[in-house]
Design a protein around this ligand. Structure first.
Ligand SMILES: [Zn+2]
Length: 202
């Protein structure tokens, strides 16, 4: 049950027939494509600006789409909502998550924009785990001394985009531990020491 440090509260072309249809068409196509890219591509989040996370917890149906960092520091009144979203849903137990983990998730968002020009919603499959839940998940490969128990790890996927995208994106997100679970289609990220592993597809 909740430990003392636990909180339980929580994005055409129709011109006149051109003299040189082939070339004109290509040029128009290029221009249209560029215009679409300029309109649709989200702005690359800047490190000095407010940092926004767009998260979804598939276990509880809860969402978080808000700034957690105002450009100068973490927003104290917002962090409890994030902590609660990342609770152990089996035990309704929350903990103060390592805010550095939120920065890792923000970097994941930023990498999707930088590399693919897309804003994604990240699914939070697992974040904080009580000792009991961690024991329960040992048969599924949870580590005995899991960073999940310390509020320093999160398992994620990106809505609408596969594990192959995610595998490359998370490697440049500033996490310490990076585990790629090809078969289960999620990535583990934590704020522990630098290390990486991969669960093969077969
Ligand atoms: Zn994990």
């Amino acid at each position: 049950m909740p430990a003392p440090d636990v909180q339980t509260n929580d994005r055409q072309t129709k011109a006149a027939p051109p003299a040189d249809p082939g070339r004109r068409q290509v040029l128009c196509g290029l221009a249209a494509g560029l215009g679409a890219a300029l309109i649709a591509r989200p702005a690359l989040p800047s490190p000095g600006a407010p940092r926004v996370l767009n998260l979804y917890n598939p276990h509880t149906g809860e969402r978080f789409h808000d700034a957690y960092f105002n450009g100068e520091g973490y927003i104290a009144r917002v962090l409890p909502r994030l902590n609660w979203l990342m609770r152990d849903h089996r035990e309704a137990a929350a903990i103060e998550m390592d805010p550095a983990l939120f920065d890792v998730l923000w970097q994941v968002h930023r990498n999707y924009v930088r590399v693919h020009g897309i804003s994604v919603v990240l699914n939070i499959h697992s974040a904080y785990r009580t000792e009991r839940t961690n024991q329960l998940l040992r048969s599924e490969g949870a580590a005995q001394n899991s960073y999940h128990k310390l509020g320093r790890a999160v398992d994620i996927s990106a809505q609408g985009y596969g594990i192959h995208f995610l595998k490359n994106i998370v490697r440049g997100a500033g996490a310490g531990g990076v585990g790629i679970y090809m078969r289960s289609r999620f990535a583990h990220l934590d704020t522990g020491p630098s290390r990486s592993w991969i669960q093969p597809l077969f």
